[in-house]
Design a protein around this ligand. Structure first.
Ligand code: NAP
Length: 293
């Protein structure tokens, strides 16, 4: 499939680096190769990933996930060519959100430096900054693309009105929308996020697609339905959960967070599983606690 309206080809599952900063080089290298081998060519990171994990550092680890990924890419430049590299900026952990022109232009420079690359394939605003006019955010994003520092742009955790406002000032379409979306967090089905993605032909990158581990680790009515579906297809509950969020009108790309190589490989199977409409509605109804009207 393609990344939004671009001609950039992406696998049906993406690999996320939120929990990546603590690995040593060898483990980090192996995880990236495992993800690429499993068809996950889109690698999603952010400048903030690692923050608070390294209290002894002055910056408490801000940038550490990018630094680790950059080391892997520098050691094996061929990996960079196989990869659709996505990062995010706009959380400074204190303000806490800053999407001013000056902040974003410096943030992308710093990300490129840490990632040891000249450009990212996708730059995303991590969270909406309520204090900066959308016209100013757009000026930064337009310039990132015009200068070749980012091939495409997207947003995360934006409401639909926020995305519309930003889009109205952009020279190019937003190609990704990144909300939290899983069998246990179905708000994007109801708040217009998936519909807006269809309207502008953007890819939905679903973060925490296993609800941060609650889907495999806890039990409940949604998990019961996923177990029944999993049995039908001979897959795990987690794989069924990834297949579920791929079952809608919009193009949804789950970003898996596991740092376990066997689970990364297994997650790749979800790209081949297409649930029936009835199975999808069974999960929706279990989440809502009632049948569809
Ligand atoms: N834009 C945003 O604001 C935002 C916010 C959060 C995340 N994200 C993105 O989304 C990605 C995924 O988020 P996430 O890490 O929360 O994803 P997730 O896939 O929902 O959760 C991953 C967690 O579940 C655990 N897990 C998975 N399968 C398991 C199993 N079978 N048994 C026990 N534990 C299991 C993993 O532990 P193991 O490693 O041990 O498997 C890991 O701790 C991030 O890397 C990041 O790229 C974006």
């Amino acid at each position: 499939m393609k990344l939004g309206q671009t001609d950039i080809s992406i696998g049906k599952i993406a690999f996320g680096c939120w929990r990546f900063a603590g690995h040593d080089f060898g483990a980090a290298d192996m995880l990236i190769r495992t993800a690429l081998d499993a068809g996950m060519n889109l690698i999603d990171t952010a400048d903030i990933y690692g923050f608070s994990e390294f209290p002894h550092l002055d910056d408490q680890g801000f940038g550490q996930a990018e630094i680790r990924l950059g080391e892997v890419l520098a050691a094996a430049p061929s990996l960079r060519k196989q990869m659709v590299l996505a990062t995010k900026g706009g959380i400074d952990a204190i303000r806490p959100y800053d999407s001013s022109y000056a902040y974003l232009m410096r943030a992308i420079e710093m990300s490129l430096e840490r990632l040891q690359t000249d450009y990212v394939d996708l730059y995303q605003i991590h969270r909406p900054d309520l204090t900066t006019p959308m016209a100013e955010v757009a000026r930064a994003l337009n310039e990132m693309v015009a200068s070749g520092k980012a091939r495409a742009i997207g947003v995360s955790n934006f409401t639909v009105p926020q995305m519309r406002a930003l889009q109205s000032y952009l020279d190019m379409p937003l190609v990704t929308i990144q909300p939290e979306f899983s069998a246990l967090e179905q708000a994007p089905l109801e708040n217009g996020t998936l519909d807006y993605a269809e309207e502008i032909d953007a890819t939905v990158m679903a973060w925490s697609p296993l609800a941060g581990g609650k889907i495999p680790l806890e039990d409940g009515p949604v998990q019961d339905v996923l177990d029944r579906i999993a049995k039908t297809y001979g897959i795990s509950r987690s794989t069924a959960a990834l297949a579920f969020i791929r079952g809608f009108g919009a193009n949804v790309l789950p970003i898996i967070g596991t740092q376990n190589p066997a689970r990364i490989t297994e997650s790749g199977y979800a790209a081949q599983v297409n649930l029936t409409g009835r199975e999808i509605y069974d999960v929706v109804e279990a989440y809502r606690g009632e049948s569809m009207p």
